[in-house]
Design a protein around this ligand. Structure first.
Ligand code: ATP
Length: 280
């Protein structure tokens, strides 16, 4: 279990993460959502001990995480937004290099590499250098590399940013499979469809603070499960309803162009951003 208590990070006079109290259960698939600058990446950096908190603490399975706890740090792997891999190395070499950093035996590196590349559908590309991999393959390789040491928790900062629709779906399938094997996953994303599809719970952050923690379906339900979009000129106005009947009754009373659909997490995000999640 990951727990943050009053977790705070201040840069000079600016508070990027403000008194964050969060509990993520073992085996959860958890999403950290919020507008640009909300403090998501900073939170990931704190959880991976890349940054140290100004105040508060992080507990992993009830024990305080610090840079001097290699046993706890080993439970956590992080995949950042940058591709931090040598271009001239092939997949096997990337994995071996990583394994040596963690003092793993040759035999163990080979065994895990085989298993992970197979699991991630990369085995036939193992001799390809990073330079020649597609963006999607590089991301999958980063997942393999992060899992080499067999962590219990995977932190992912925008794992599908810039990916095409097909690669994104392949990554979703891979992350779902990993979560199915009881890997705890915490990701940040700007894609609400991604959070709605993958996450069992999401946290909405803004200005470093936690606004709400809930399930995607409860958030959608709070707005209303049915949406009528009313189109006039360049503008679309969305109206939300709790029942299909109410939505249809409203729709039938409209004279202009309009359509009925299911409400999405993106609607929740947009509505809240309009009200109070707006970056200042
Ligand atoms: N090293 C730093 N020094 C000063 N300010 C920083 C530093 N790192 C982050 N910040 C500031 O902290 C705030 C939160 O940044 P962070 O990257 O955590 O947001 P985010 O939610 O991940 O945003 P995005 O969605 O754009 O990636 C921003 O205003 C950012 O400018």
């Amino acid at each position: 279990m990951i727990e943050t208590k009053n977790l705070t990070k201040t840069f000079d006079n600016f508070t990027a993460v403000d008194s964050l109290d969060l509990k993520i259960e073992t085996g959860e698939f958890f999403g950290l959502l919020g507008p640009n600058g909300a403090g998501k990446t900073t939170t990931i950096s704190l959880l991976s001990t890349l940054l140290l908190p100004t105040k508060g603490e992080i507990l992993i399975d009830g024990q305080k995480l610090t840079r001097n706890r290699p046993d706890l740090k080993r439970k956590i792997s992080v995949i950042t937004q940058e591709y931090s891999m040598r271009q001239d190395m092939n997949m096997d070499e990337i994995m071996e290099y990583q394994g040596r950093l963690y003092f793993m035996s040759r035999k163990e590196i080979k065994r895990r590499t085989e298993e992970l590349l197979e699991f991630c559908d990369l085995i036939k590309f193992r001799k390809r250098t990073v330079r020649k991999l597609s963006g999607g393959m590089k991301r999958k390789l980063m997942v393999c590399r992060a899992l080499l040491t067999d962590p219990e928790i995977l932190l992912l900062d925008e794992p599908t940013a810039g990916m095409d629709a097909l690669s994104r779906r392949q990554m979703w399938n891979l992350l779902r499979k990993l979560n199915g094997k009881n890997l705890t996953i915490l990701l940040t994303t700007h894609y609400m469809e991604e959070a709605q599809n993958l996450c069992s719970r999401v946290a909405l952050m803004d200005h470093g603070r936690l606004e709400e923690v809930s399930t995607p379906s409860a958030l959608i339900n709070s707005l209303g499960n049915y949406t009528v979009d009313e189109f006039s000129g360049d503008e679309t106005k969305s109206h939300y309803f709790h029942t299909r009947e109410e939505a249809i009754a409203y729709l039938s009373g409209l004279s202009g162009q309009a359509s009925l659909r299911e409400t999405t997490l993106e609607d929740v995000f947009v509505e809240r951003a309009g009200r109070h999640l707006m970056p200042s």
